[in-house]
Each structure stands twice: as C-alpha cells, then as structure tokens.
Ligand binder design. Structure first.
Ligand code: ATP
Ligand code: MG
Length: 594
C-alpha cells in the first residue's frame, strides 16, 4: 500500500446498516431498562429504555489494551454515540486467573484517552461480569431443573474423544441421562467444594450429533479453586466464557453484541442459551444479538496479549507503555493521537473478511492529523557548528518563524540568531554528491527565517571529520525584509543559535519488529519460528539534540513537528521541568518504503 495523499473515502461498516434497519423496524421500542443490569423481574420494574441501542466493550482485565482494541472501542462506543445509544464498559472478569487492578485502571485510562466514557444520562455504565455470578449460578440450576444441563464426570480426554470430529458425530456421555434431581445434587456438591478441580463439569444438553461442534453439549461450568480479585474465595466453580458472555449481554440489555469472527460458530449457542433462559422467565425480551466482524491484523506488530506479556515480562521493552509497543499506553507515549486512531479506524472500515492492514496506513493517519495539529519547531538532531565569520561577536538578533504554515492565526515566534549556530551534519558536504543543494565549500544556502550565507570552508579533526563549518552572511537577505530574495539559492537549511539552544535527549523510535509478520513461517528443522527472533535490534536510538530555546519549557505530552524531521512528543514519564525528553512519533516520510 503506498502512502498516497489522496484521502480514501470512509470505508464501509456493515454493522451500521444492521442497526439502521433494526431501528426502522422499531425493534427495541418496548424494551425496558431498570437503570442497572438484572434479570427479567428487575427490568420489568423499569421504564422504556431511553437508549436507542446498547452496545458494550468487554475487555478481559488480563493485559493492557492494544491497537486492535481501539478498533473495537471506536466501533462500540462510536455506534452508540452515532445512534443515540449507550455503550457499556464491561470488565469480563469471569476467569479468576491473571486479572488485576493495574489492568482495570489502564483499560479505563485508554478508553478515556480515546475520547469515550461510560457515564450516560447520570448513570454509570461501568460493569464487572463477576457481579453476575449469582445469576449465572441460578441460570445453571434452572437449566438443570428443566433437563437442559447435566454434570459430566468423564475425564477431559474422554470428553475430547467423544466430542467427535467435523465429519463424525459425537457420542453421548454415560452421565448424560441422569435425572434432574441427581444433577442438581452433583452441581451443588461442585459448588460446595466436594469435588476436585477438573473432576467434572456442567454441560448444556443440546445435541451430540450437531454439525456445529460447539453445540455438542458445551461445558458451561467448571471446578476451579482460584482466588478471584472481586469475589475472593466465595466460588470454587466458574462459568465458561461461552456461557457467561451471552448472559452478561442479556442482563445489561445489550441490543448489538459485536465481537470478532472467531465467535461466529458460537452464535447458535449464544441464541440457544438466551432463548432457553428467556423461556424460563429469567431474561426479558428482546434478547441481544451477536454480530461478528474481522479483527484488526496489523503488519510489523504483535497484537496477542500472550506475546505482549512476554515482551514486557522478559524485558525486551521497558514496560507496558514502551513507545515501541502497540499497546494504547505505548502509542500514547509515542505521540500517536486519539484523532489519528479515529481516522485510521474510519479508513480501514469494518467488514467480515479477515485481512492484514499495512502499518504504513496507521503511520500515514498519524502524519495527517499531526500535520494539522502540531506546531512547528526547530531542532538539530545531529549537530555541527556553523560560524558566521563576518557576524559581530556577541550580537543577537530576532528572526521570526511561523508556528504553523497552515494556520497563520497561530502567529510567529522569535528565534535568535547569533554568530555561532548548530546545523545538521548532513547539511554540509565537502564533496557534494549530484543534486546536493545545501552547504558545500563556496556554496550558498538560506538559513531558514534568516540570511543567505556563503560557505568559506571547514575545520576537521585528526580523523578527517568535519567539526566546524565557516561562512559569511549577506546582510541584505534577511527573510521577511524588502529585497531579501534578490539573491537566489536552491537550498534552505534549519539551524539554532548555539548560545540559545537547549540540549535535550531525543529518542528516535523505529519499528519493534523488522519483519511484517513476526514469527511467521518455519525454521529449517521444521519447528515454528520464534517471534522474538524478528525483533529489530535498532528500534531505538537515543541522541542529544540541540533544540530552539522555546522547547525548553514545552509541556508534558506536547506534540511538535521538528521541521524537516518529523513529529515529536514530550515524554510524559521521563521529562522534568526545564529538561524535556522527546520521543519521535513518526518521520515526515516513510523510510520503510522500498
Ligand atoms: P484474549 O482473549 O487473548 O485475552 P482479546 O484480544 O480477545 O485477548 P479481550 O480483552 O477479550 O482481548 O478483548 C476485548 C474486546 O476487544 C473483544 O470484544 C474483542 O473482540 C476486541 N478485540 C480484541 N482484539 C481485537 C483486534 N485485533 N481487532 C479488533 N477487536 C479486537
Ligand atoms: Mg478475548
């Protein structure tokens, strides 16, 4: 994909069309909402829901959110906003392991940072699925009582074998036809800690011959002695995700439950479960419906929580908010913006076809918004000295640089010129290559916002490296003064006055992986390749740059375009007053294009 500048029209979003149709058919006009999640009896006490639709973003608090989650957040919160609905932030914390408060806090931060919240019409729609454990347990008992669930004591291995295959029907468990009363006793024993972890499960009783393997009596509760961050040691049985998730949606009266494609085969069970619980009077109508979309796959990054945890725990990066990570916390520190993510998600659209998105598309979106949002500043990243020999020693004069070429209303700022300046090492060539129009011995160039200068020579160290460049300025050529362009030059270079500049740490970040599909493919011996082998050993370079004076007091997280270099942000963790540290967000052009 090229980094072409013509804006792509907003890509399509098929879920939008579904919602428009549902609303035109008045699907939800009698739906009641009692102000908080609950069962049918609870919502019966409520009023007709003022939210036209309800969606939810349901992260598991077992890691930091990443760029893929941003797609889901813009989708769920965005649709709710557009259709006069609400979106719930629901922590899907029904799995007792691996969840922590740190993750909960970071997820809330990320959702806010992207511009969304869960306060709606004076109501907080922030929920924890573990608060529904009591209902889930009751739902399971009801299914047992009505012959729709049974306790299976087969070993995991037996269950796997008897599940059958894609071409072969499964076999009924020998425990499948126990009476409801017997099942209830067993299930209560499971709950009361009378049985070992893994010794038995509760299964929905559906159809062991179903062509959809997910309908062959899926497990819905398991014995697991684990401490839960919310419910402590109260439970030693926990619901399976496929059982918990539809119930969470229904208790919250979600209308459109949007998930990624791998759950498509779970949809029949989603509907089976909710229809049965509604028939038993436990859930009110209309029931939520599940819709699947293609998850975001992005080249040059990994978006698997397991791999992200590995990168952090094995210290391949500095932490969850390392600016090279595709976590939203890392992207924020890198200088990516919420508006850039919005543009990106609009541009890639929402479809049902899995595909890979080129990382350059995301970078182009960030460039596009930063080009509009970021003020311009001057920074010399690889400084050498330029001495203007005919400029008076000790003299300083003001030059005026526009803050934003596209926004004249932002005015100009003063930058000081003096006898000794810092310029980029690469802006001087003793032996110029063809087409090089910057400083060369005898060459002329304009000091941006200042004078035209004529090079007179250079000094070198013992190794032949240029240490100082000398020049003379042409007094009648100052930018912005009458007749200043009477001398025509081809090159234009940036500079900062050495006496005024501030030295600062600048981190030049590049991609964390050098391959588009980290870890893809096989090794010579046939084993899987390790994604860590594709880490880019040059993903960060730390330099000391010379910045214009005004940057000394830049606020935390302020973003700038350093002219001719790219976009940079003041690091929010490591900067201190008067000593900013800058992170490079993205270069002006894509250096990875071949
Ligand atoms: P895991 O299941 O490995 O813990 P997950 O990526 O599914 O990780 P969740 O916390 O369950 O993480 O995700 C929350 C929501 O974000 C889900 O609704 C999921 O569909 C969505 N989501 C996760 N990854 C992506 C992705 N790459 N693209 C779009 N949506 C995603
Ligand atoms: Mg998940």
């Amino acid at each position: 994909m090229s980094s072409e500048k013509t804006p792509t029209p907003a890509a399509s979003n098929f879920i939008r069309a579904i919602i428009e149709k549902d609303l035109s058919l008045n699907q939800f006009v009698t739906k009641k909402w009692a102000g908080s999640p609950g069962d049918a009896a609870h919502h019966e006490t409520g009023v007709v829901d003022t939210a036209k639709i309800r969606t939810r973003f349901p992260p598991e608090p077992n890691g930091y959110l990443h760029i893929g989650h941003a797609k889901s957040i813009f989708l769920n919160f965005g649709l709710a906003r557009d259709f006069d609905g609400v979106c719930h932030l629901r922590f899907d914390d029904t799995n007792p392991e691996k969840e922590s408060q740190e993750y909960v806090d970071s997820i809330k931060d990320a959702v806010h940072w992207l511009g969304f919240g869960w306060e709606n019409h004076g109501e907080s729609n922030l929920y924890f699925a573990s608060n529904y454990f009591d209902f889930m347990y009751r739902a399971a008992e009801s299914l047992i009582e009505h012959g729709d669930a049974y306790v299976d004591e087969q070993s995991a291995e037996e269950m796997r074998i008897n599940r059958g295959t894609l071409i072969e029907a499964g076999k009924d468990s020998p425990f499948r036809n126990r009476s409801a009363a017997e099942n209830l006793v067993r299930f209560r024993e499971m709950r009361d800690g009378k049985h070992a972890d893994g010794s038995m499960v509760l299964r929905a009783k559906i159809d062991m011959a179903s062509p959809n393997i997910n309908m062959r009596d899926p497990a819905i509760y398991r014995v697991r002695r684990a401490h839960h961050h919310n419910t402590g040691d109260r439970w030693c049985i926990y619901p399976m995700y496929t059982f918990a998730h539809p119930i969470e949606d229904a208790l919250e009266r979600v209308t459109h439950s949007i998930c990624t494609l791998e759950f498509e085969d779970q949809r029949p069970f989603y509907d089976w479960l909710l229809e049965h619980l509604a028939a038993l009077g436990l859930l009110s109508l209309p029931l939520p419906k599940q819709y699947e979309f293609a998850r975001l796959n992005l080249t040059y990054v990994v978006l698997s929580k397991r791999k992200l945890i590995q990168l952090v725990e094995e210290k391949h990066v500095s932490g969850w908010d390392d600016p090279r990570l595709p976590t939203l916390a890392g992207a924020r520190r890198r200088g990516y913006t919420a508006s850039g993510f919005k543009l990106f998600t609009d541009r890639i659209g929402v479809s049902k076809a899995d595909s890979w998105i080129e990382y350059t598309i995301l970078e182009d979106c960030m460039r596009e918004v930063l080009n509009i949002e970021a003020e311009r500043r001057i920074a010399v990243l690889d400084p050498i000295k330029l001495v203007i020999d005919n400029y008076p020693e000790g003299q300083t004069e003001d030059c005026f640089a526009p803050n934003h070429p596209l926004k004249p209303e932002l005015g100009k700022r003063t930058v000081q010129l003096s006898k000794t300046l810092w310029i980029e090492r690469e802006d001087f060539m003793e032996v110029p290559s063809k087409g090089f129009f910057r400083l060369t011995p005898d060459g002329m160039v304009r000091l941006r916002y200042g004078y035209v200068v004529k090079c007179t020579g250079c000094e070198k160290d013992a190794n032949g490296n240029v240490t100082v460049v000398h020049c003379e300025y042409l007094p009648d050529t100052k930018s912005g003064t009458p007749g200043s362009d009477s001398v025509k030059v081809k090159g234009n270079i940036h500079w900062v006055s050495a006496a005024h500049a501030c030295a600062a740490e600048v981190r030049l970040y590049d991609r964390l992986f050098k391959e588009a599909h980290p870890g893809e493919g096989k090794q010579e011996d046939g084993s899987d390749r390790d994604f860590l082998a594709d880490i880019n050993p040059h993903s960060v370079e730390v330099i000391t740059a010379q910045l214009e004076q005004s940057l000394k007091d830049a606020a935390l997280e302020a973003c700038f375009q350093f002219e001719r270099h790219g976009y940079f942000i003041v690091d929010k963790n490591d900067s201190v007053t008067g000593k900013p540290v800058f992170n490079r967000t993205v270069t002006l052009r894509d250096a990875w294009q071949k």
